[in-house]
Design a protein around this ligand. Structure first.
Ligand code: AMP
Ligand code: MG
Length: 492
């Protein structure tokens, strides 16, 4: 049942996580922030929450989503979880600066709201419980950009800024992001109870997650095994989707892995520009554990960590392994399917993987821009023409590219590929606009001077990543020289 959009006076939440036993979380209110102001809001997310658009500009909106005022029905809490960080067991972590306010259902979709940067919690460890404006804008823009790319992700309703200072490498202003997702439970939430030898709590959490997010699994013979199998499938699929747009998460610790297979916890992420499969977007990740080429394997590693944690409720090692073992096959199948789409091929033929590999080898040796290469490839004709030049300009080794294009065109010929249809379908899967680090940086620097126009403009461009938007041509260009070596760390 759909109802007409609600005003903020009518908006209510209900916190289902709060029905779990008290040791799963700590109830606490957000620490108020000084003079909140709206940096940006997503009208799409407001619509998903059934909030009317007028409410986005009201003072109540600022108070509710900065944490300064309690939304009726909300029971704010910080959840406890643990996790493996950079492959090492890190013990207890938890929502160190996030508060789960509660959830709401609209159009048969359950969505929960979390405030990130809402102040200290019992899980803050050495942190101050706050988030800087810089990282909040990055999380906001990237969640919305990923959603527009059709990649499962938590969403962001808004970023609310404050002049209250926090200290990172330098003093910076702070902000609160209102994140929205059907569930914020992490792989590490399960590991927490497993490593604390609390099997009853492990089972309670699994039952909770199944009831809320996977009700269709309740009738399976072994719902816990089915849960692991489904999360494994979703995670493998998500990794293929990341690889296909060149998205790098940067901190794929098990506490940042969503139990519903969404992209979660945006930190030092990046989109591949000059292609290098070894690229590391998080400059604190010196070993490159979370480099681009490692992501699919790390996704599998993380599923294994989840499997270990779920094994006591699944029952046997064999049943646990059986629910996990399809990861490589699911990943390969999804990646291959996405590559066929990206290369505009309707059929699956022998030699296709070599054809794809040939293009990636050229991307690697030429360090060609990932997004632009696929975008320009989408515009080629069956026959060699002047349209090849845009693509050729991205490669130093033009002869190498020309040779590959001969093979590619021969392959297109095998399925009588029609230019118009193929170009249209390729342009609908190879984005023109991604959140390049420098674009975010320009928006952030303006926002730090209280000019939010660039953040909002970027949001509107990234909402339609496949459209030409000729008026915004400059947002699709190669990064300027000053931005080639922008470094992004975990500090946020
Ligand atoms: P992350 O690497 O951002 O996923 O964070 C790992 C852990 O550190 C999580 O438990 C976070 O809640 C916590 N954390 C990160 N930054 C802060 C902060 N500024 N204040 C408190 N806790 C934080
Ligand atoms: Mg995290």
């Amino acid at each position: 049942m759909t109802t007409s959009p609600l005003s903020l006076q009518e908006f209510m939440l209900e916190n289902q996580f709060a029905e779990l036993p008290a040791h799963f979380y700590t109830h606490l209110a957000a620490s108020p922030i000084d003079k909140p102001y709206l940096v940006a809001a997503s009208t799409e997310v407001a619509a998903q929450l059934n909030l009317d658009q007028a409410s986005l500009n009201s003072p109540e909106f600022l108070n509710y989503f900065s944490g300064n005022q309690l939304i009726p029905g909300s029971k704010p809490l910080a959840a406890v979880y643990s996790g493996h960080q950079f492959g090492v067991w890190a013990g207890q972590l938890g929502d160190g600066r996030a508060l789960l306010l509660g959830g709401t259902s609209h159009a048969e979709q359950h969505l929960e709201i979390q405030l990130k940067g809402a102040g200290m919690t019992p899980y803050s460890r050495m942190g101050d419980g706050r988030a800087v404006l810089r990282s909040s804008i990055r999380e906001f823009l990237c969640s919305e950009a990923m959603a527009a790319l059709n990649i499962p992700t938590s969403r962001a309703l808004c970023v609310i800024g404050s002049d209250q200072m926090v200290f990172r490498e330098t003093p910076e202003t702070s902000a609160v992001v209102a994140r929205v997702a059907p569930s914020f439970v992490r792989f590490g939430s399960f590991e927490h109870w497993y490593y604390n030898d609390r099997m009853d709590d492990l089972r309670l959490l699994a039952d909770y997650v199944i009831a809320l997010s996977y009700p269709e699994l309740q009738t399976e013979n072994n719902p816990y095994q089915a849960l692991l199998a489904t999360v494994t499938t979703r995670t493998a699929t998500l990794m293929a989707q990341w690889q296909a747009v060149g998205f790098m998460h940067g901190v794929m610790n098990t506490d940042n892995m969503s139990i519903i297979g969404q992209t979660l916890d945006y930190g030092p992420f990046g989109f591949m520009e000059a292609y290098d499969e070894k690229h590391i977007c998080n400059h604190t990740d010196q070993q490159g554990r979370y480099s681009y080429r490692m992501q699919p394997a790390i996704g599998n590693w993380n599923c294994q960590a989840l499997a270990q944690a779920l094994s006591p409720v699944i029952g046997s090692v064999d049943d646990t392994n059986a629910a996990l073992s399809h990861y490589p096959a699911v990943y390969r199948k999804k990646w291959t399917e996405l590559m066929h789409q990206k290369f505009g091929l309707k059929t699956d033929q022998e030699g296709d993987l070599d054809l794809f590999a040939g293009f990636f080898t050229l991307l690697q040796s030429n360090h060609a821009d990932f997004t632009l290469s696929f975008r320009h490839l989408s515009k080629l004709s069956n026959q060699k023409s002047t349209k090849d030049e845009l693509l050729r300009d991205l490669f130093l080794d033009r002869d190498g590219l020309d040779l590959w294009l001969l093979d590619y065109r021969a392959r297109l010929g095998m399925e009588q590929s029609d230019d118009k249809t193929r170009q249209a379908s390729m342009l609908s899967v190879n984005p023109k606009f991604v959140l390049r680090n420098y674009l975010a940086q320009v928006a952030i620097e303006k926002a730090q001077k209280k000019d939010f126009s660039e953040t909002r403009k970027l949001l509107s461009i990234l909402k339609n990543p496949y459209d030409e938007q000729e008026e915004h041509e400059d947002y699709a260009e190669l990064p300027p020289d000053w931005a080639r070596h922008l470094e992004v760390s975990c500090s946020s």
